[in-house]
Design a binder for this molecule. Structure first.
Ligand code: GDP
Ligand code: IMO
Ligand code: MG
Length: 426
């Protein structure tokens, strides 16, 4: 694989939580730099190795493989208090960050009042709420786009004054939304300001220059996406989406990389599908099968602990995601979760409310019914396998079908949460 002079991008193809963190960690030894390009502490990327488990929110998942530079890019939104807590926790477990982690001065800051605005916006929406993570993501990106944002670089110049002006504006907005509960704001602000001081110990950089210099020197970069394609603000199940571009193009704007610099695009998908928060999910299962997937897959949110909604893999949705991202290789996660199912289903078409069938993702997902193809389950515990030769025939059939339908090779199959439970296919 020729990666020189190119960046490779790794991203989620479904509604997030596909297992991106694990794969970034597995692939990091092939790279010099790992960079996050969008999202913020709404992400929860889980890594397991040597009997330990870590959940990363804002820090890139390349941080555990020594000697690599990790960059938080301009497209990310960062909460200094949460960042400090995450960084201190990692340092406590013996993973020093200061030399290895660089933060873009152009990344936007999530203020405590952004989190209140997130809650207030949701309260106003009532039953139509998005079900956000409550981390202030939407209000922070809104301020960025409306040219009212506060950036990491601002902490170095006249910061107190800027902070106060932004806070006043937010308080007026909260008032207009009818949100009067400011409990805990002062304490949150104190921790936040501590976080700002803490951040000053890190290299605050012009990451677009740094990244392009790395490329010129022939070194290799892996871009780590957060969330998933169906949560993309343009192409996801709007308005039940996040507020950033989660697709491959987001790596260009979120890091300052020319589109012609994109090399491999790794699309991460589960062998089934999950979603947290509100919004349409055509293959969602409300029965015992859905519950079994949730139990076996431990499908509870890494950030909020919320139950994840579970369903069968949706190939119409995935075909759309492969198209939008220009996926060159698929990586299938959590196949082990299906190890004990007698029958496995994959959605290969949609029946629209008007009775028509389609294989293209429609504008409106509400009310579409999945058309399934059924497969015999492989009923084999694969969690200890070490090579693809061990895969049972029924599992190969399933994988062959997915590759054919999505017209993209599945190059890696994950058979358990541990770094070691990863099969790289030839
Ligand atoms: P991310 O947000 O895409 O990084 O994914 P999350 O970390 O939120 O969710 C994925 C969950 O599945 C985590 O708890 C992982 O430890 C776990 N996981 C990852 N790959 C596998 C796998 O192949 N099998 C099983 N059983 N669990 C996995
Ligand atoms: P990772 O990177 C799954 C969902 C929320 C909500 C919607 C908007 O771990 O895959 P937001 O707080 O972003 O305004 O919430 O997006 N969401 C995620 N779901 N995984 C994530 O990240 C998510 N980040 C946001 O549940 O429905
Ligand atoms: Mg997650």
């Amino acid at each position: 694989m020729e990666t020189k002079g190119k960046v490779d991008v790794l991203l989620g193809l479904q509604w997030g939580d596909e297992g991106k963190g694990k794969v970034v960690d597995v692939l990091t030894p092939m790279y010099d730099v790992v960079a996050r390009f969008q999202g913020g502490p709404n992400a929860g990327h889980t890594l397991e190795f040597e009997g330990e488990k870590y959940v990363l929110r804002s820090i890139p998942s390349g941080i555990f493989q020594g000697g690599k530079t990790n960059i938080i890019g301009n497209g990310v939104v960062l909460a200094p208090d949460l960042f400090m807590a995450e960084a201190l926790e990692l340092e406590k477990t013996g993973h020093p960050l200061k030399e290895r982690l660089h933060i873009s001065k152009k990344a936007h800051l999530i203020m405590p009042t952004h989190r209140l605005l997130d809650r207030a916006n949701e309260a106003v929406k009532g039953k139509d709420k998005v079900g956000t993570t409550g981390k202030g993501i939407g209000p922070t990106y809104t301020d960025k786009v409306s040219r009212n944002g506060l950036r990491v670089g601002d902490i170095l110049h006249r910061f107190e004054e800027k902070y106060r002006a932004h806070k006043e504006r937010h308080l007026a907005m909260l008032h207009a939304l009818g949100w009067t509960d400011l409990t805990g704001l002062e304490e949150a602000e104190a921790r936040w300001m501590e976080g700002v001081e803490f951040m000053k110990q890190f290299s605050l950089v012009d990451s677009e220059h740094e990244i392009n210099a790395v490329l010129r020197n022939g070194r290799r970069i892996l871009c780590e996406g957060a969330q998933g394609t169906m949560l993309d603000v343009d192409f996801g199940s709007y308005p039940f989406v996040t507020s950033s571009n989660t697709i491959c193009a987001g790596a260009c704007t979120g890091l300052g990389i020319g589109p012609n610099r994109i090399g491999e695009v790794f699309g991460i998908m589960k062998a089934y599908c999950t979603r947290v928060g509100s919004g349409p999910f055509p293959t969602e299962l409300f029965d015992e099968t859905g519950k079994k997937i949730r139990d076996l897959g431990h499908e509870y949110g890494a950030v909020t602990g919320r139950e994840r909604r579970c369903g069968w893999i949706d190939l119409i949705q995935l075909k759309y995601s492969v198209m939008l991202n220009g996926v060159t290789q698929l990586i299938m996660m959590k196949s082990d979760v299906l190890d004990s199912f007698g029958t496995i289903k994959a959605c290969v078409g949609y029946l629209l409310p008007n009775g028509e069938e389609t294989t293209d993702l429609p504008y409106e997902l509400d009310g579409v019914k999945p058309i399934y193809k059924e497969f015999d389950g492989w009923c084999t515990d694969m969690t200890h396998f070490t090579s693809e030769e061990q895969f049972p025939e029924k599992f190969r059939n399933y994988v062959d079908f997915l590759e054919g339908f999505l017209e993209t090779p599945i190059k890696v199959i994950s058979i358990g949460p541990d770094r070691a439970q990863t099969i790289i296919r030839k």
